[in-house]
Each structure stands twice: as C-alpha cells, then as structure tokens.
Design a protein around this ligand. Structure first.
Ligand code: FE2
Length: 222
C-alpha cells in the first residue's frame, strides 16, 4: 500500500504524540453525510451543581490542597460572536503535579479531595467560569528530564465539533522549553491566562482565558 506519510507536523511533544497523529491524508466527509451518522443534539447534557468547582469533590467536602484559583473567559468564533452552550470539560494535575489517572505512574502524592475533573457550559454571552487548584508542573519525560509547565487542559464541544486546548500560566519557568509552546511560536500568548484580582470571593487569584475558535488570532488547539 502506498504510504502518504504524515499530514501533520509532529513536534517534540510527549512520548505518545506519534500514536495520536493521522498517518493517512484526512478525507473530508460531506456535511450531509456527517449529519446522518453523528449523534447531534441541541440539548447539552445537564450539569450537576458544583461540577465547575474542582476544588472539592462534592459541595459538602473539604477543599483540596493547594492554591484555589478561578478561571473565566468567553468563547467566541472568528468574528467575535459569543458561543453559547459550549460544553467545557476541564482537567488538571493536583498541586503536586499528579493526575488522578491510571496512566500517571509518577508516584507523586495524590489528594483524596481533588479529582482534577470539571465541566461547565458557556452562558448566553459565551462566558464560562470555574474553580480549580493551581496545578503543579510535572516531569513529563523522566527519560530525558523534560518538565511540563503548569497548565490546564480543556475540551470544548459544540454541536459535532470538539476542540482540545491548554491554558498556561504567565511566568512559569518551564514555559519556554515546553514542546507545545515551541510549536505555537508567538501564538503562545493566546494560550496564557491573564491574572486578575478576584473580589469578594475566597479564591486568591483569577485567570482570564478567552477562547477564540478560528480567525486570525485563534486559540491554539491540539
Ligand atoms: Fe497535562
């Protein structure tokens, strides 16, 4: 069989990026055909109260270890139009840099009060807000000593589309050597949260992360 090679550039990312990259040219499926087999509902899943507060595993449970932070932003399309009803699924490491995941073999400390998963829908103005614990940086490639800076993973789902991105933190010492940051180049700034003071809450710091889907200065998606 003829080999077409890879269609996407593979950067110096993690040790499984090659397994997640298409080896064949992508084929565009016509819109009508796409809609005929992709389950699509205008009704997004109902979210339970507290799913956007990752600092607790349940509303009546103690707060997780580390610095609680707020993250807010607006999801817009390339023309600046707010995208309402977008489902954001969020995950990040705990304050020690450990994921509560079977594939995290770091042996770092788990926090029984931090699951590291959350969900939230954008409102009528395309805005979202959630709370989490400021994640620790972690040694992603022990074999070559490569660290990943603090970051929060986010998946956005609207209609039949799903995009996955990461929010970075300003002035993290590992930012400059991060593989995704190297791939992004100057566009990296679009993926760095902007600090703001939170007023009237028990969360010390907030980060504004506006997500732009498409256009000339889009958010970088994986
Ligand atoms: Fe990560």
């Amino acid at each position: 069989m003829e080999s077409f090679g890879r269609k996407l550039e593979i950067g110096p990312t993690d040790n499984t990026s090659d397994q997640r990259t298409p080896r064949q040219p992508l084929r565009l499926i016509p819109e009508a055909a796409r809609q005929s087999f992709v389950p699509y509902s205008r009704v997004q899943p109902g979210l339970r109260a507290g799913e956007n507060d990752m600092t607790r595993i349940a509303p009546d449970r103690p707060r997780a270890l580390g610095e609680p932070i707020e993250v807010t932003g607006t999801v817009t399309d390339e023309f600046g139009r707010p995208q309402r009803g977008v489902l954001l699924e969020i995950w990040n490491a705990n304050k020690f840099g450990r994921y509560a995941h079977v594939e995290d073999h770091s042996g770092l400390q788990l926090d029984p009060n931090f699951l590291g998963l959350g969900r939230v829908l954008t409102d009528e103005n395309g805005q979202y807000r959630f709370w989490t614990i400021s994640p620790g940086a972690y040694l992603a490639r022990p074999d070559i000593g490569r660290w990943r800076p603090k970051h929060i993973h986010m998946s956005l789902r609207g209609g039949t589309n799903r995009l996955v991105t990461q929010m970075y933190f300003p002035n993290d010492p590992y930012n400059d050597s991060d593989p995704m940051r190297i791939l992004m180049g100057d566009a990296f700034e679009c993926n760095v949260g902007v600090v703001y003071d939170t007023i009237g809450t028990d969360v010390a710091r907030g980060y504004r992360f506006d997500i732009v889907v498409g256009g000339r200065n889009p958010t970088f998606f994986e």
